[in-house]
Design a protein around this ligand. Structure first.
Ligand code: ADP
Ligand code: MG
Length: 386
């Protein structure tokens, strides 16, 4: 539990009497991009942008929810025999309630109020933050102990099955299990994880290119299909290959003769990226910031050249970062074709970094970027007032 000083300071109109408040963070993925759906490794950190949920009891079995961000209220019945998604923000809340009920948690009716300072739709996972915060609040409110890995799975199920987004489990997992000062190494196959210390003298700076190219969804599905094609080729060799996770770089090199070049490069990205995540974890354990930064740089090159999911604005933002003093590493983060870069920057260089990268990016593109200097933070928890 944490003190709610910040909450009272910023939101002195809230929460109203009789309610309890929970919060869940957004995240940034430090390394391990496009590896999650290949059963591989990822390394996100929870960042200090949060979604807060205030919850108060109702006497019936309905959930009423107000989002301050959308300035809109919605009500639904937990006993509705055929709940349908509406392609509306409330699907995230309703989907979570439904996933919880379907796995045996009988929920009490509640009134929810939501506010968030996670930038919405910027790739910092406001969606997982709203799912995890409401899921945790609903469970607690209904008298259940919350097992966080189970909560992450149920929130992912809600997003996959009810909202209709084919995401992996990384976002929900880190929003549940993050820890201040730490990055989280997650094995997407077994869900084994390990928290690793981030260097105290560095900061994570996220640069939002403010562009999102139309291609994103179509290319994402194409990449998934290309990986599957790679697996089909590589499995013919008789090795036990179920996903690209099961293939080493050496195997790829020796078995790649009949692979079309494009499929070979897609596979090479995923396989080398998995190896980089493990090397990055070892670098953090050794306290080697320079090595961690170098791996972040390599990840970007692989995403740009082999996986081909970067774009001119992301490449520009990365190049600008690399030209500034105090930058250890810079790469695109998230699915690609726009969105954000993540940068590992020496603490004392952050102010200059922030000003110069914003100015240089704007001078070249005419677009004003958003720059977020982040602290890492803890996963979902109750916020106690007092
Ligand atoms: P990201 O997760 O990168 O922010 P997504 O498209 O996955 O982007 O999720 C954004 C969607 O999540 C929003 O369009 C909205 O439907 C829902 N959402 C996120 N935060 C809130 C909020 N505070 N209130 C209501 N809906 C929210
Ligand atoms: Mg999302």
């Amino acid at each position: 539990m944490i003190e709610a000083k910040d909450l009272r300071g910023r939101f002195n109109d809230w929460p109203r009497a009789g309610s309890r408040v929970y919060r869940a963070p957004g995240r940034v993925n430090l390394i391990g991009e496009h590896t999650d759906y290949n059963d591989g490794f990822v390394m996100p950190a929870a960042i200090d942008f949060h979604t807060w949920v205030a919850i108060a009891p109702r006497t019936d079995r309905t959930i009423s929810v107000f989002s301050e961000n959308f300035q809109e209220a919605v009500r639904f019945d937990l006993d509705d025999p055929a709940p349908q998604p509406k392609r509306h923000w409330s699907d995230y809340v309703r989907g979570v309630a439904l996933a919880l009920e379907q796995s045996g948690y009988r929920l009490r009716g509640a009134q929810l109020q939501i506010r968030s300072d996670v930038p919405i739709g910027a790739g910092l996972s406001s969606s997982a933050a709203i799912e995890v915060a409401t899921g945790y609040a609903l469970l607690h409110h209904s008298g259940f102990d919350v097992e966080k890995v189970e909560l992450a799975r149920l929130c992912q199920r809600a997003e996959n099955d009810f909202v209709g987004v084919r995401c992996g489990i990384m976002d929900q997992f880190i929003s549940c299990q993050g820890e201040k000062g730490k990055a989280l190494l997650l094995d997407c196959r077994s869900l084994e994880y390990k928290l690793l210390p981030l260097a105290k003298a560095t900061r994570l700076v996220i640069c939002n290119t403010m562009v999102k190219h139309e291609l994103a969804a179509g290319e994402y599905n194409k990449r998934r299909a290309e990986c599957e094609e790679g697996v089909r080729h590589l499995a013919r060799r008789g090795d036990d290959v179920k996903t690209l996770r099961d293939v080493t770089s050496a195997q790829l090199e020796s078995d790649s003769r009949d692979l079309p070049d494009i499929i070979y490069r897609r596979c090479r990205h995923v396989i080398s990226e998995n190896a980089r995540v493990l090397q990055a974890a070892a670098a953090l354990e050794r306290g080697s910031v320079a090595e961690f930064g170098r791996l972040i740089d390599e990840s970007h090159r692989s995403l740009q050249q082999d996986y081909e999911v970067s774009c001119a604005e992301l490449d520009l933002m990365v190049n600008l970062a690399n030209a500034l003093p105090g930058t250890y590493g810079a790469r695109m983060t998230g699915g690609g074709f726009g969105g954000c870069t993540v940068n590992l920057v020496l603490d004392e260089a952050v102010e200059e970094f922030k000003t110069r990268i914003a100015r240089d990016y704007e001078n070249t593109t005419g677009i004003t970027p958003e720059i977020y200097v982040c602290e890492t933070t803890d996963g979902v928890k109750e916020v106690v007032s007092g």
